[in-house]
Design a protein around this ligand. Structure first.
Ligand SMILES: Cc1cc2nc3c(=O)[nH]c(=O)nc-3n(C[C@H](O)[C@H](O)[C@H](O)COP(=O)(O)OP(=O)(O)OC[C@H]3O[C@@H](n4cnc5c(N)ncnc54)[C@H](O)[C@@H]3O)c2cc1C
Length: 455
């Protein structure tokens, strides 16, 4: 074949960008079109990672080097499955890779979860990270707040709620978010975990970092430090688990530093109900649990009611289905065998379709983990190509121009990599007078105005 291998990658988060990079770095000549629903690339690095994590947000700089490559073309502001069907897309490419990640919240199925001040973590993240799909106003009048879930997202939420607006003003947050956070009334934030310290899903650095804020007093009850044989084994098997346990032990033992905002991390408290009063959150009720010897827990029948006026449910993200691609609704992933998309019903490989990142293996793991994911998937794709297992598009459709003409014919205001540079510059210019690296532009139309077609 004299033309390059043509691949559409759907989703310009880290997984999609790493997959694109591996494709163009391969021995084959490859052209990649990287489709993205939002007007801007970078997925959860832009719309998930907390604003006070500039080092992580800085990963974008290394992704710039990938997107600068001429064999990769960013096509933003295109919702695949909606603006273009998967079938339409397949007619222009030899293969399609789905890296559509996750944005929704998993449910917490307890009574009261639907009260107005019971929020999904993802909704709050969408607010403070300036995602145009989410609300611009947030009710921050609660003085005591519960966060359910002992993972890094729970820590992000708790930290943002426990810091002052001014501590966060130096970051890229837009003005409406700063104004909201500056008026935040929270004095006590309570994180609840059903199991013990050795079962927490925190990473050591994120846990330690809580203590760096002068306004946050991290409090752990010494009675919550408990390990069974399985917990001890988990500590021995993983340096990260052991470091998390050590940090929690230090928090439990030390004298208070006297910071004004208290951030409690409670273990062995399983939320059983969010209690409402006059239709608003008034408390959260938990059942004390105990270790069962195998790293699991059982209820003790002892209940505690904690007065709080808001509850944030940080019990995991959830991926959305892309219309036209098999979807396992129970696991909320595209069914796959490590990369090949499988037909949901039969478990057979769907030729030419691949998955990588959170949509492939569920919403766990760090940005770095999406790299190894992409490697596995792209190796499969390239092996299929070499073995002649991909169906080639019709000759007249197998060009970069044909795909672009098709999209423009649909009237889509496609945003591009050059467009991202304009948006990036505009955001930096907004931040500069305030001595900040950037201030985010939030509204969808404003992003498209910078990153889309220029008059
Ligand atoms: C709140 C939060 C904080 C986090 N903080 C950190 C951290 O500090 N450090 C760290 O290492 N990791 C962190 N992570 C994890 C990290 O964000 C993920 O590991 C990583 O983003 C997953 O990459 P992905 O590319 O699979 O998915 P995503 O980042 O979700 O990217 C998927 C992309 O696909 C696009 N897309 C979706 N559907 C379509 C469609 N139909 N058509 C076109 N495009 C589509 C989306 O708009 C998105 O841009 C955090 C995650 C969350 C949720």
């Amino acid at each position: 074949m004299s033309r390059p291998l043509r691949v559409a990658v759907v989703g310009a988060g880290p997984a999609g960008i790493y997959a694109s990079d591996l494709l163009v770095k391969s021995d084959q000549e490859v052209q990649v079109d990287l489709y993205e629903r939002m007007p801007a690339p970078f997925g959860l690095i832009r719309y998930g990672v907390a604003p006070d994590h500039p080092r992580i947000k800085g990963i974008v700089k290394s992704l710039h080097n990938v997107l600068d490559k001429p064999e990769i073309r960013l096509l933003g502001n295109i919702d695949v499955g909606k603006d273009v069907t998967v079938e339409e897309l397949q007619s222009f490419y030899d293969a399609v890779v789905f890296s559509t990640g996750a944005t929704g919240d998993r449910d917490l199925p307890i009574p009261g979860s639907d009260l107005p001040e019971s929020y999904g973590a993802g909704e709050f993240v969408g607010f403070y990270d300036g995602n145009p799909d989410f609300t611009r106003d947030w009710n921050l009048s609660a003085e005591s707040v519960a966060v359910v879930g002992v993972g890094n997202v729970g820590l992000d939420i708790a930290r943002v709620l426990a810091k002052t607006g001014d501590e966060l003003h130096v970051t890229e947050i837009p003005d409406n978010v700063y104004e909201g956070l500056a008026a935040n009334a929270a004095k006590e934030v309570h994180i609840f975990g059903r199991r013990g310290p050795a079962q927490a899903k925190f990473t050591p650095m994120e846990l330690k970092e809580l203590d760096h804020s002068p306004t946050i007093e991290v409090v752990v009850n010494p009675e919550d430090i408990d390990y069974d044989a399985a917990s001890e084994e988990a500590r021995r098997a993983s340096k990260s688990v052991d470091l998390v346990c050590q940090t929690l032990e230090q928090y439990a033992m030390r004298d208070p530093k006297g910071a004004p905002h208290k951030l409690f991390i409670h273990f062995f408290e399983s939320p059983v109900e969010i209690i409402g009063e006059d239709g608003h959150v008034a408390a959260i009720k938990t059942e004390r649990t105990e270790l069962d010897g195998n790293g699991g827990v059982r209820g003790t029948g002892k209940f505690t009611t904690w007065p709080v006026q808001a509850v944030y449910r940080a019990v995991g993200y959830r991926s959305d289905e892309v219309v036209g691609v098999p979807f396992d609704a129970a696991k909320a992933v595209i069914p796959n065998d490590g990369g090949h998309v499988l037909d949901a019903a039969e478990g057979e490989i769907v030729p030419g379709l691949y998955a990588t990142g959170w949509i492939k293996r569920g919403p766990v793991g760090l940005i770095g983990n999406t790299k190894s994911d992409a490697k596995e998937t792209i190796e499969m794709l390239l092996a299929d190509y070499t073995a002649g297992n991909l169906t080639a598009p019709a000759e007249e459709k197998a060009t970069a121009d044909a795909a672009l003409a098709f999209l423009e014919g649909k009237g889509i205001a496609v945003t591009t990599w050059e467009g991202w540079h304009r948006l990036d510059e505009a955001e930096r210019a907004l931040g500069e007078p305030e001595g900040r690296e950037r201030k985010k532009i939030v509204e969808w139309e404003d992003m498209v105005r910078h990153a889309g077609p220029q008059a």
